[in-house]
Design a protein around this ligand. Structure first.
Ligand SMILES: C[S@@+](CC[C@H](N)C(=O)[O-])C[C@H]1O[C@@H](n2cnc3c(N)ncnc32)[C@H](O)[C@@H]1O
Length: 290
């Protein structure tokens, strides 16, 4: 136990590394201010187990030392690693498939018609994790317009976690993660990764071309200049407090074209009274003003 640490202060009594409630609070405050993610005391064991790996990796012996590191000027890289360790990256292809059905039948036909006449289509997968959401949108587009990569159609896939973005930009996925992609689409739009014995598939050049991965913290400045036709921000806000959620829903309204579409996660909700959206489907909103 660290010098001066009373066993009553310990948040995780039998851990390999001493972890006090004061350490927990410092970490929770930093994760909240940096990434908007709320860590209540019920998450104490999760915080311990995810960050114990970081302590081991960098050779520290106590969470007190770890807190000193992440609070200090030299701790920028470790702060980022800590945020990445605390994010939940669960995702899959065609998750909440009704959103893709809605795009296919109601939104994309008109947008692609405009793109064929020289217009542009901009889509944002905000909090894209390892890219399955953005590539599912790309697949939906390519099924409607196989030549989409040659049109001015682009999907921005952004996340706070650089490791997830790195994975997404490889475009390589294990076949066992692809259960939600119909066989026919797999054959058409993916190639077998050489040497993987068929266990891994890579997205086609056209899918690569449609999707651009960028690091972006939703709480900070957004560098994009143009507006979007569609935003997917699903299963990201559930980790944020109400005030942060409200701010981000408002900022999405500012960067969506009038009539643009916003798809959110199944357990998320926007109070439309306070924001310029109409609810047009299950967790699907349309920006007012078209
Ligand atoms: C559960 S995943 C959701 C992935 C995908 N949207 C889906 O629904 O399948 C949540 C993602 O949000 C990202 N995230 C969390 N806080 C963020 C923030 N402040 N800015 C940007 N991305 C953030 C995490 O890194 C994680 O990859």
């Amino acid at each position: 136990m660290a010098t001066g640490t009373n066993s009553r202060d310990l948040a995780v009594p039998d851990g390999e590394f001493p972890f006090t409630w004061a350490d927990f609070r410092q970490i929770a405050e930093l994760v909240h201010s940096e990434a908007g993610i709320v860590l209540t005391e019920t998450k104490v064991n999760l915080v311990y187990s995810r960050l114990a790996k970081r302590l081991r990796a960098i050779g520290l012996r106590t969470f007190r030392e770890y807190c000193a590191l992440i609070q200090g000027e030299s701790g920028i890289d470790e702060r980022q690693a800590m945020i990445a360790a605390m994010t939940t990256n669960v995702t899959r292809f065609f998750r909440e498939s009704h959103h893709f059905d809605y795009l296919r039948s109601r939104v994309l036909p008109g947008l692609l018609e405009g793109a064929r006449k020289g217009g542009k289509v901009r889509i944002w997968s905000a909090g894209c994790s390892s890219g399955e959401e953005a590539y599912s949108i790309a697949l939906t587009i390519l099924e409607l317009e196989p030549g989409a990569a040659d049109l001015d159609v682009r999907i921005l896939a952004s996340d706070i976690d650089p490791e997830m973005l790195r994975r997404g930009s490889t475009g390589i996925y294990a076949v066992r993660q692809m259960g939600d992609i119909p066989q026919e689409l797999r054959r058409k739009w993916f190639t077998i990764v050489p040497g993987s014995g068929g266990a891994e598939l890579e997205v086609s050049e056209d899918m690569h071309e449609l999707v651009r991965f960028r690091e972006l913290n939703l709480l900070r400045e957004w560098p994009m200049r143009g507006k979007f036709d569609i935003i997917f921000c699903r299963n990201v806000m559930i980790y944020f407090d109400d005030e942060t959620q409200n701010t981000v829903w408002g900022r999405f309204a500012g960067i969506l074209h009038p009539g643009g579409t916003l798809c959110i996660g199944h357990s998320e909700r926007i109070s439309v009274g306070g924001h310029p959206y109409d609810l047009v489907g299950q967790t699907i909103y349309r920006r007012q003003g078209a």
